[in-house]
Design a protein around this ligand. Structure first.
Ligand code: OAD
Ligand code: ZN
Length: 246
């Protein structure tokens, strides 16, 4: 067990930091998490909404759900956790964010290097010709269609689909050189994303978990802080600033 002071010293002297984040980092922005208390997957079935065959069967229902999520996301703002993560860039040279979230809040908070493992709700593409659409989504009908007639889908990684290769390779690179690997607000049960935690451990990073409760990652973390990310991250950042005399 490390003392809090040891942990802060370790972070303060790090050259390279990676934040691996999940839905919990956006919970305080009002975006619902997937699992646990009030989790989306307690009420809705992922196989009906986050799955390509389900989309082909009922694109209208899938679109209705993503439009509902988009509305929540559009009304949300980055919270203290996103803002603290972004502020780390002021004091450390190499800070990357690897997120499973599709909500863009890390970028909106000012984080510059953000790898989105599960896509982004602002992007969409045609399943036929792969033309990309952003805000120019043709929504005359409930299900937007491409100029070629193909169905347009959100650019979100659904269950059973591969992660974007470029993101995954860049992650590996960021992780291989990092001293500190923060795991923030993820249940760490969805693979291959969660495998990055084990990769970081293998590369020798010091692993710090921040979550409101114990997770699958708690066993392998060198240090866990239990509480809200929006409380704990600003506290950690303040302690670091004191250490490096800012
Ligand atoms: P989950 O919903 O599985 O887990 C959210 C985690 O955040 C849980 O461990 C909570 O305890 C924690 N949490 C909740 N509020 C918090 C707070 N204020 N501060 C800190 N922690 C908090 O979300 P993910 O792990 O991101 O995939 O889920 C992974 C993937 O499963 C998602 O990307 C999504 C989902 O199906 C796709 O859509 C492809
Ligand atoms: Zn098309």
């Amino acid at each position: 067990m490390n003392s809090r002071d040891d942990v802060i010293n370790k972070v303060a002297s790090a050259k390279s930091i990676v934040f691996f984040t999940g839905a919990g980092v956006s919970a305080e922005s009002g975006i619902p998490v997937f699992r646990g208390k009030n989790g989306i997957w307690n009420k809705l079935k992922p196989e009906e909404l986050a799955n390509f065959n389900a989309f082909l069967k009922n694109p209208e229902m899938v679109w209705e759900w993503y439009n509902h999520r988009k509305q929540i996301i559009d009304q949300s703002e980055p919270n203290a956790a996103h803002l603290s993560i972004s502020e780390f860039q002021k004091y450390f040279q190499n800070v990357s964010v690897i997120t499973q979230n599709i909500d863009n809040l890390h970028r909106r908070a000012g984080s510059k290097i953000v790898y989105e493992l599960h896509g982004n709700i602002e992007r969409n593409y045609c399943i036929n010709c792969r033309t990309f659409y952003n805000d120019d989504l043709p929504f005359e009908e409930k299900v937007p269609k491409c100029k070629c007639g193909g169905l347009i889908r959100p650019d979100i990684v659904w269950f059973g689909e591969m992660l974007p290769e470029k993101e995954f390779t860049s992650d590996e690179k960021a992780i291989s050189g990092c001293n500190i690997f923060f795991i923030v607000g993820t249940s760490a049960v969805v693979y291959p994303a969660a495998s990055l935690i084990y990769a970081a451990k293998d590369y020798g990073a010091f692993i710090i978990e921040i979550n409101i409760e114990k997770t699958n990652a708690s066993r392998i973390a060198d240090q866990s802080f239990f509480g809200k990310a929006g409380d704990i991250l600003p506290e950690i950042l303040n302690l670091i600033k004191t250490k490096i005399n800012i």
